[in-house]
Structure formats: structure tokens, C-alpha cells
Design a protein around this ligand. Structure first.
Ligand code: AMP
Ligand code: ZN
Length: 114
């Protein structure tokens, strides 16, 4: 998608602080961090939101989550705990229309979220 900012991060046409990458996903630090660790994990292929995924995409979804676990180790928050967030659609608070998993940690997370 030529107008998708996260697709531009995948192709390195806009800069990002990369944290992790493999054949299916890449991860980079959020530009406006909401916690000491705030990393986004995205599929390399353009997927607008989690609502677009189907049964066949279970592997991709699993790999997003497992990449989040790897990032928790890389960032040193695996033992203290962390939160995964996937905002979906307008009421879900999604502002970038390329599926992304937020990995948040390094501080206590309140519940319920805002
Ligand atoms: P969401 O509101 O769930 O769609 O999250 C979008 C996230 O993308 C926000 O936390 C933004 O701070 C983050 N973001 C937007 N543009 C960039 C960028 N160029 N590099 C890194 N993070 C970004
Ligand atoms: Zn995209």
C-alpha cells in the first residue's frame, strides 16, 4: 500500500528504530511511547486490521504474538510483565490502518484501559 506509513517502514522508505524482524513480521519502537518499553509488531504484508484476518491467517497471528514474547526478552521486561494491545477500528482507537500489536512494559499497567 503506497500510502501506508507502516508499509513504508517495512520497505525502509521511512526510518524506524527496528527491534526485531523475521520472514513474516517486523518490530520497531513506537514514535510516541506510552511506557518505558513500547514496541509495535506488524506483519510485513499489508493487513488493515485484525478484523480482516481469516482462519488461514492463524499462523501470522501466532507469529505476531510470539514475536511480542521475543521482544519482551530483548527489552528485559519478560519477568516484570507486559501487555499486548491490538486496537481495531474507530472505537478500538486504531489510528494506523496496518495491523499492529503494541508491546508495552516497564511500568505497571492500569486496568481497565482508557
Ligand atoms: P494505534 O492507535 O493502535 O493505531 O497505534 C498507532 C501507533 O503508531 C501509535 O502508538 C503511534 O505513536 C505509532 N506510530 C505512528 N507513526 C509511527 C512511526 N512513523 N513510527 C513509529 N510509530 C508510529
Ligand atoms: Zn501497510
Amino acid at each position: 500500500m503506497s500510502d501506508c506509513i507502516f508499509c513504508h517502514i517495512v520497505t525502509r522508505t521511512i526510518p524506524a528504530t527496528l527491534v526485531y524482524e523475521d520472514d513474516l513480521v517486523i518490530a520497531f519502537d513506537d514514535i510516541n511511547p506510552q511506557a518505558p518499553t513500547h514496541t509495535l509488531v506488524i506483519p510485513r504484508k499489508h493487513v488493515t486490521s485484525i478484523a480482516e484476518l481469516e482462519d488461514l491467517d492463524v499462523g501470522l497471528l501466532g507469529r505476531l504474538m510470539l514475536a511480542g514474547n521475543k521482544i519482551s526478552k530483548l527489552k528485559g521486561i519478560a519477568d516484570s510483565g507486559y501487555r499486548f494491545v491490538i486496537n481495531t477500528g474507530a472505537n478500538g482507537g486504531q489510528t494506523v490502518s496496518h495491523l499492529h500489536l503494541h508491546v508495552l512494559g516497564g511500568r505497571h499497567m492500569a486496568w481497565p484501559p482508557g
